[in-house]
Design a protein around this ligand. Structure first.
Ligand code: AGP
Length: 599
């Protein structure tokens, strides 16, 4: 997943527009950055290994540049270095690309037979070579692009400049997102809308196998056969990017502390009374609910599974989208497939969704980014209202996903007469006071900082739990791994003794949560098993538990529909303070990107 920006104007200098856009898109990947523009008839390329800031420092203060393309990279093919950075130029063609050219080896072999030589390990350079080859052969850009679309397998969002055409940017799209922004005597191209929001809110969405020609005052979009398409001009409805961290050192901390309000904003329409709760879709006709997602979004699904099954007596299967898309899914009209995605652009989740749509089965989405590719493909979407999540490690989006799924499970339980009105009204009241419940947890920072000091130099840390607490252990472990780079593993508490307990040694940190009263005693026993082997244990619980060698972090006694929203807070903040002690890049951890738009 990479970030792409392009712009062509009648007279505005577009260099700062491209750099601004890249900075907004750095959440998509930040291994390297590059820019290419045409000035006085010359095509210039400038690219660096490193962040957009490094590129900015590297670019002369160019003036009168009216056409250019730019790119920030998350490496898929080839090392992180300047040679593999985009843009890539071959002959007349210079491109930036987001996606994976799956048949690039075969194409590379054929192009080398035609005399082409390549400098990089990147599949994008091969794409540039193929476009150059066809352009030289047909001397017609439409035929060139149409041939490219036929020949190439994989995913691509491509912005292209031609040496001999200083007025036009060409775009080609399949699977990877690409939008075209419309201005006054200036037009834009970007991987997604936030990159150009400063300049326009009006944009076209490119669909698969479409290509376009963009000049300063004209946008023409074609289908794969070269027929001109009439596209709807959209107006961005999301909120403007809150692009500053304000008083916070990191976006992640800001976003953790925003959770009381983002959770409340997300569930607000459904928690004033039972009548409002029943505004949520009626799921009672379904015998099974499948939840499909990746990473943290999948962990939200795991928590929801417990609530759907335990309280609304509905079978719920949770799958990793990257596995689901290649499996037999036993779909039928009694199955609802719920897709969870913060970005709404995750390639595996989108591919799994398209598979369910092809099977003509029902889909529902829990999505944060409005009008994203996944949102546009779903039958129905329930939007989380977490706002723009900048930190790569998801926190506020996760709790908004869990909260929305929780009220959905609650509404399902009520519709199936499995929960009494009195109980449901009590739970709705808890949702209405979730902000104050969370704030007291969020304020105990010294507790989390103290624990961080005890663990930040450890090399292996374990998270265990049973039933819903196992889902929370998965998310707690991922938070720690992705921002502190400490190896961590989440395990079903009852399973640890079947092998992995051999890894427990003196002072190995083991985290657990015990919030399901039916089974807490078992989790405590599992903690005692690891303590007897030297582990140092930390337990998040709402029960009055006092045990030697267990540091207890107490949370408020609330219903199971709310508890996951509390349990995760210590896990998030312990991960944050641990990463901070280690001096890690908390908002942009190494190797990661915010939206994984490649499979
Ligand atoms: C979360 O901390 C990670 N950044 C990652 O696991 C993320 O949740 C996953 O890539 C799914 O992204 P999505 O919600 O945008 O689909």
């Amino acid at each position: 997943m990479c970030g792409i920006v392009g712009s062509v104007s009648s007279k505005t200098n577009i260099i700062s527009i491209l750099l601004d856009g890249l900075k907004t898109l750095e959440y998509r990947g930040y291994d390297s950055a590059g820019i290419s523009y045409i000035k006085d008839g010359n095509l210039i390329i400038n690219k660096v290994k490193g962040r957009v800031k490094d590129l900015e420092d590297n670019i002369k203060k160019e003036s009168n540049v009216t056409i250019g393309i730019a790119h920030t990279r998350w490496a898929t093919h080839g090392k992180v270095n300047e040679t593999n950075a985009h843009p890539h130029n071959v002959g007349n063609v210079t491109i930036v690309h987001n996606g994976i050219i799956e048949n690039f080896s075969k194409l590379k072999h054929k192009l080398k037979e035609k005399g082409y030589e390549f400098k990089s390990q990147s599949d994008t350079e091969i794409a540039a070579g193929l476009l150059d080859y066809y352009y030289k052969k047909y001397k017609n850009i439409d035929k060139t692009i149409q041939k490219f679309i036929k020949k190439v397998d994989g995913s691509y969002a491509i912005c292209m400049l031609l040496n001999n055409d200083p007025d036009t940017i060409y775009v080609i799209k399949k699977d990877s997102p690409l939008i075209i922004g419309k201005g006054e005597n200036i037009n834009f191209i970007a991987s997604d809308v936030p990159a150009i929001l400063k300049y326009t809110k009006k944009y076209y969405i490119l669909e698969d196998y479409e290509y376009g020609k963009i000049t300063c005052n004209n946008i023409t979009i074609y289908d794969k056969d070269g027929n001109v398409l009439k596209k709807d001009l959209k107006e961005y409805q999301g909120s403007d990017l809150s692009s500053d961290k304000g008083i916070y050192e990191h976006y992640m901390l800001k976003e953790i502390l925003e959770q009381p309000s983002t959770i409340r904003k997300t569930v607000n329409p459904y928690i004033n009374n039972i009548q409002d709760l029943l505004k949520l879709p009626d799921l009672t006709k379904y015998e099974r609910i499948d939840i499909i997602a990746c990473g943290t979004a999948m962990h939200a699904g795991l928590a929801a599974k417990y609530l759907f099954e335990q309280y609304s007596n509905t079978k719920c299967e949770v799958s990793l989208a990257s596995e689901y898309r290649y499996q037999n899914n036993f779909l039928n009209n009694k199955v609802l497939s719920i897709f969870i995605s913060q970005s709404g652009e995750t390639a595996d989740t989108l591919a799994a969704l398209k598979k369910v749509k092809e099977a003509k089965c029902d889909t529902l989405g829990i999505v944060n980014v409005k009008e994203s590719s996944i949102a546009r493909t779903l039958d129905k979407v329930l939007y989380t209202e977490a706002g723009t999540e900048i930190a790569v490690a998801s926190t506020k989006a996760y709790t908004s996903q869990v909260a929305l799924l929780s009220v959905l499970a609650l509404s399902n339980a009520y519709r199936k007469n499995l929960i009494k009105e009195e109980k449901i009204n009590k739970i709705l009241e808890e949702f209405r006071s979730v902000s104050s419940i969370l704030n007291s947890l969020l304020e105990s920072t010294n507790t989390y900082e103290k624990i961080a000091k005890e663990i930040y130099q450890k090399s292996d840390i374990f998270y265990i739990g049973r039933t819903i607490d196992y889902a929370l252990a998965m998310e707690g472990s991922l938070k720690l791994k992705e921002i502190s780079y400490i190896h961590s593993e989440a395990y079903a508490a009852g399973e640890l003794k079947h092998g992995t307990i051999s890894l427990i040694t003196e002072n190995t940190p083991v985290f657990a949560s015990a919030t399901d009263k039916h089974i807490n005693a078992k989790t405590i026993s599992n903690l005692k098993e690891v303590i007897s082997r030297g582990a140092k244990c930390y337990l998040i619980t709402d029960e009055d538990i006092k045990e030697d060698n267990i540091k207890v972090i107490k949370i408020k006694k609330v219903s199971m529909f709310i508890k996951p929203l509390l349990t995760i807070i210590p896990y998030q903040l312990i991960a944050y303070y641990t990463a901070k002690l280690k001096g890690c890049d908390i908002d942009k951890p190494r190797n990661l990107a915010k939206s994984v738009t490649v499979e």
